[in-house]
Design a protein. Structure first.
Lengths: 112, 109
């Protein structure tokens, strides 16, 4: 199946831990994104990568570090997790400046 | 940066009713998209519609770029239409989409 896949789907962890979320797309898109959706359903862009290069970093704490080993993968590593990091994180991909973002199914992160 | 505002924030419909959701944006755009987030959280792209009108089944969308708004029409609503509808436009040029706060739709049988 052609898709954007994220793992894990759920992640429960304690404050202070470090965790990673993986994202892979097999659509041949050249741009990948991370969005954060808070408890009020507000979707906010975090990062945008084009062909493995960081394009956008929208006022995200430097505890969040994206890594793109190739243009099909964009992983998100979070250090020293805080309660406020609890949210649903969505990965998405598209062609540069083109239609139709495709979103992954999201990772629900709960920090306790 | 661009502001994307949606109305109404919440909408409750009886099954079979029609509805119109509105999206206003503060700047001219070359990319305007509508998404549906179903109750299970999946975000589905409905329309790419920077201008003009498109239809897909019971859903259609119209964007009047010169007046900076877009409308999403849902006809003969079904319970499966429930969820949150988002419109989104890029900050500028080819930058990532900025999402509105969404319209939460509940369709009651």
């Amino acid at each position: 199946d052609t898709a954007v896949s994220q793992t894990p789907k759920y992640l429960v962890t304690q404050m202070g831990n470090d965790k990673s979320i993986k994202c892979e797309q097999n659509l041949g898109h050249d741009t990948m994104y991370w969005y954060k959706q808070d408890s009020k359903k507000f979707l906010k862009i975090m990062f945008s990568y084009n062909n493995k290069e960081l394009i956008i970093n929208e006022t995200v704490p430097n505890r969040f570090s994206p890594k793109s080993p190739d243009k099909a993968h964009l992983n998100l590593h979070i250090n020293s997790l805080e309660l406020g990091d609890s949210a649903v994180y969505f990965c998405a991909s598209s062609y540069t400046g083109e239609v139709g973002y495709t979103f992954g199914s999201g990772t629900r992160l709960t920090v306790v | 940066g661009i502001q994307v505002e949606q109305s109404p924030p919440d909408l409750i419909l009886q099954e079979g009713a029609n509805s119109t959701l509105r999206c206003n944006f503060s700047d001219s755009v070359n990319n305007l998209q509508w998404f549906h987030q179903n109750p299970w959280g999946q975000l589905i792209n409905l329309f790419y519609i920077p201008s003009g009108t498109k239809q897909n089944g019971r859903l259609s969308a119209t964007t009047v770029a010169t007046e900076r708004y877009s409308l999403l029409y849902i006809s003969s609503s079904q319970t499966t239409d429930s969820g949150v509808y988002f419109c989104a436009a890029p900050l500028s040029g080819n930058t990532p989409l900025v999402f509105g706060k969404g319209t939460r739709l509940s369709v009651i049988a």
